[in-house]
Ligand binder design. Structure first.
Ligand code: NAP
Length: 241
């Protein structure tokens, strides 16, 4: 049975991915930070269906927390076959309003977390000569977003890490890819009013906003695939082509 570690699995995309991979028969470690109640509910609901998952609180923006998270996962399941770097935050603000604190929080949470988790998990994957790392970036890392400079930089950084690491780790049979979603209907976008959502829909060739399940399907494909690495795959309804 393969083991998958999902960061930020308590809500939104991470919740959907965690639940579905658990139902698919993977050993799952769900990481959460602030949403303990939601994480426990996910575990309980799955348990009612006869499925066991492990949950672990860790702030992935902190190296020490990540060390403990990875140690916990390895103690439970011996290996980590798949790492899904999903945890992230977003903040809308004008570039000149970004404080050092805002900037560091964004980079620590969205980008440095991927550096930490990947470094902590890699010795196990390299030892096994097998691994699949999936980083959730964003279309805004590809095309840039006004009033989301820090966010866009953090996601572009992830894509740079994906491409470089794929080259470094290919001979160890470790695949590294990014999924760069378009707009997905989660709490992260709860600040968008309906008019803006309609406008995004109108500008999207498939005329819809994405759902977390769209990202799960892409992840499932990347887990099963054996010839894709270093790619930035963007499920976005055609919004960015
Ligand atoms: P969401 O609904 O706001 O959920 C964010 C998740 O990240 C939560 O489970 C949260 O956990 C976790 N998280 C945040 N900071 C964390 C930290 N320091 N340590 C551990 N976990 C942390 O957002 P979402 O829409 O599902 O986004 C998931 C990923 O997709 C993010 O990386 C986001 O940038 C990316 N993305 C989203 C969209 C979109 O339109 N929704 C588009 C492109 C990319 P707690 O609540 O437990 O703290």
């Amino acid at each position: 049975m393969k083991t998958v570690l999902v960061t930020g699995g308590s809500r939104g995309i991470g919740k959907c991915v965690t639940e579905n991979l658990a139902k698919d028969g993977f050993n799952v470690v769900l990481n959460y930070n602030k949403s303990e109640k939601q994480a426990k509910e996910i575990k309980e609901n799955l348990s009612k269906q006869g499925i066991n998952i492990e949950i672990y609180k860790a702030d992935v923006s902190k190296r020490e927390d990540v060390k403990k998270l990875v140690k916990f996962a390895l103690n439970k399941f011996k290996n980590i076959d798949i790492l899904i770097n999903n945890a992230g935050i977003a903040k809308l603000q004008m570039f000149n309003d970004i404080t050092d604190e805002d900037w560091n929080e964004m980079i620590n949470t969205n980008l440095n977390s991927v550096f930490y988790t990947t470094q902590e998990v890699l010795p196990n994957m390299i030892h096994n000569k097998n691994g699949c790392i999936i980083n959730i970036s964003s279309i805004w890392g590809i095309v840039g977003a006004s009033c989301e400079v820090a966010y866009s930089v953090s996601k572009a950084g992830i894509d740079g890490m994906t491409k470089s690491l794929a080259k470094e780790l290919g001979l160890s049979n470790i695949r590294v890819n990014s999924i760069a979603p378009g707009v997905i209907d989660t709490e992260m976008n709860s600040n968008l009013d309906n008019a803006i959502k309609e406008q995004i829909k109108d500008e999207t060739p498939l005329n819809k906003i994405g759902k977390p399940i769209d990202i799960y399907r892409c992840i499932k494909w990347l887990i099963e695939d054996e010839f894709t690495t270093g790619q930035i795959i963007s499920p976005n309804g055609g919004y960015v082509i």
